[in-house]
Design a binder for this molecule. Structure first.
Ligand SMILES: [Mg+2]
Length: 113
């Protein structure tokens, strides 16, 4: 599965479950290099999801597929978000069952997310 396919699945599923979602998508530069326009600290998670209902909240999610690993800058964002009390995940296609349960706002123990 490509990260773009995983991203599409997650956004579709989240919206179907009533989440408000945004995805920060990189664009290809004229040089062929991919970059995401930003000001401030790089490495912000791919998705922000918001649901004000019971079992909802604010979720920051960095998506990875295959052997892709977090960059150091992405790890800093995840670590700092979690340290500040936010719900921040690194989600992979192998987590789809847990993701689906979280998005459906079912009661899933945090250690399984
Ligand atoms: Mg990613």
């Amino acid at each position: 599965m490509l990260e773009s396919e995983f991203t599409h699945w997650l956004i579709d599923h989240a919206q179907w479950c009533g989440w408000h979602v945004t995805h920060f998508r990189p664009a290809m530069m004229r040089s062929g290099r991919w970059a995401t326009a930003l000001q401030g600290n790089a490495g912000f998670p791919d998705l922000v999801l918001v649901h004000e209902g019971i079992g909802g909240g604010v979720i920051f999610a960095e998506l990875k597929v295959g052997r892709n690993k977090l960059s150091d800058k992405q790890q800093v964002w995840i670590d700092r978000l979690q340290a500040a009390g936010a719900e921040a995940h690194v989600w992979r296609p192998s987590d789809m069952w847990q993701i689906s349960h979280r998005l459906k706002r079912l009661d899933v123990p945090k250690e399984n997310l």
